[in-house]
Design a protein around this ligand. Structure first.
Ligand code: ZN
Length: 151
């Protein structure tokens, strides 16, 4: 029963992708070579370290596209700190097959992917892209700070 519900949820997100559009602000390309999934993630962080806007475009298998769609819904309006714990929760769910302590929303429906080792990277692709995105933001901030300090 739950399996069926989860499968429907995954197919729904894969077919009608949420936040599937080019966005303003920064972007990062990401590729999952094991399956051929590709995505471009767009995001805007505001001064409070909250995700003001997030969207994506890309193509790939249902698991990867559903995961991208679910992630954008989950992180919008959330703080980077909260998002980091969601990311850890997703890793735990997919790689270890354990239920995490954080609310993963619709993405909890991806728990069955744990048994499909070859698809782990499909489900985690948007989260890895996001990790790179935040890293880029941090580096940019450091560069700006250095310029202000005259280094
Ligand atoms: Zn895939």
């Amino acid at each position: 029963m739950l399996d069926d519900l989860y499968r429907k949820l995954i197919m729904d997100h894969a077919k009608s992708k949420r936040n599937f559009r080019k966005g303003q602000g920064s972007h990062v390309h990401y590729k999952n070579p094991t399956c051929g999934d590709v995505m471009t993630l767009y995001w805007i962080l505001n001064e409070f370290d909250e995700v003001e806007d997030v969207s994506f475009i890309g193509e790939g298998c249902s698991i990867s596209m559903a995961s991208c769609s679910m992630m954008t819904e989950m992180i919008k309006g959330k703080r980077v700190e909260e998002i980091q714990s969601m990311r850890k929760g997703m890793e735990q769910l997919i790689r270890k097959g354990e239920q995490p302590n954080v609310d993963l929303g619709d993405a909890l429906s991806l728990e069955g992917v744990h048994k499909l080792k070859a698809r782990h990277n499909c489900a985690l692709m948007p989260w890895q892209a996001l990790d790179r995105a935040f890293l880029m933001d941090e580096e940019r901030r450091h560069r700006t700070e250095n310029r202000v300090n005259g280094e």
